[in-house]
Design a protein around this ligand. Structure first.
Ligand code: IPE
Ligand code: IPE
Ligand code: MG
Length: 256
């Protein structure tokens, strides 16, 4: 296992060892997570939803490091959906400001820890300051060799598919592409996830049994683990359970 002797907030970070119950040879290469339940976590404690979101960031920081330590190559998380704009304006602005603050505060550690960050989604419409920080984060971690960390921000699976169709149509109209040549590979190269592998495992927290418009194309053959744990409570034990569940599956990909 890759040992990280990393500096985090001026302290040497102690890396976590893969639990012995897990088979290091059969781990998912790429994990996707629908981080759900921040609001319910807060409500259960009589706290405002915003505190749930803040606590959710802590869970994400821990999960990213655990995945990195345990040998997962890519982590893709759902941070804000194209449907989340329908929440009260106050909550939307809180979330966007939170993303900005977290990115500003964490970028240095992410660079040091060799994390390669990317943002997937309809980024263009986000506030300028956030967009600038995202660009800075992508540019400054591009050459990093550690875990690939994809943050889906203003992401919607349907919008992603429509964007891809539009890009291909434009190429065809401009004479750059013969429509008869469009196949799954050419199509997927137009998605936000172009150059990324499909997730092997999807985890959804807070017990909801739905995709909520997440990675509709990419999850075609992912194993799905749904846990009742609310996202802010997600920890090493919850991740271990998800991985044990994954290792108990037989992936057939349509075969026998
Ligand atoms: C997930 O938690 C965070 C985002 C969608 C941004 P929620 O805010 O959806 O929490 P619940 O589902 O209301 O508990
Ligand atoms: C999915 O959670 C989106 C994110 C985690 C960012 P939601 O809380 O928005 O999903 P629904 O509304 O329960 O389907
Ligand atoms: Mg929710």
């Amino acid at each position: 296992m890759r040992q990280s002797s990393l500096i985090n907030s001026g302290k040497k970070r102690v890396s976590s060892i893969l639990p012995s119950e897990l088979d290091s040879g059969r781990l998912p290469d790429h994990i996707a997570i629908i981080m759900d339940g921040n609001g319910r976590w807060a409500k259960g404690r009589g706290l405002p939803r915003s505190i749930g979101h803040k606590q959710g960031v802590e869970a994400l920081k821990k999960t990213l490091r655990l995945c990195d330590d345990w040998g997962i190559s890519a982590l893709t998380v759902y941070a804000f959906s194209t449907e989340n704009w329908s929440r009260p304006g106050e909550e939307v602005s809180f979330l966007l400001t939170l993303f900005e603050h977290v990115l500003q505060k964490e970028l240095e550690s992410l660079i040091e820890e060799q994390v390669k960050i990317n943002f997937l989604g309809d980024i263009g419409v986000l506030p300028d300051k956030l967009k600038e920080l995202m660009k800075k984060a992508i540019d400054s971690t591009q050459g990093n060799k550690g875990i690939r960390f994809n943050v889906c921000t203003n992401y919607g699976g349907r919008r992603e598919l429509v964007f891809a169709a539009k890009k291909l149509a434009l190429k065809a109209v401009n004479g750059e592409l013969d429509p008869n040549l469009i196949d799954e590979e050419i199509f997927s190269n137009e998605l936000f996830t172009a150059k990324e592998t499909d997730p092997d495992l999807l985890i959804r927290t807070s017990g909801e049994n739905r995709l909520s418009n997440f990675l509709l194309w990419q999850l075609a053959y992912s194993e799905i683990h749904i846990t009742n744990v609310l996202w802010p409570d997600f920890d090493a034990n919850a991740l271990k359970k998800a991985l044990l569940d994954y290792q108990s599956r037989l992936r057939r990909f349509g075969g026998v």
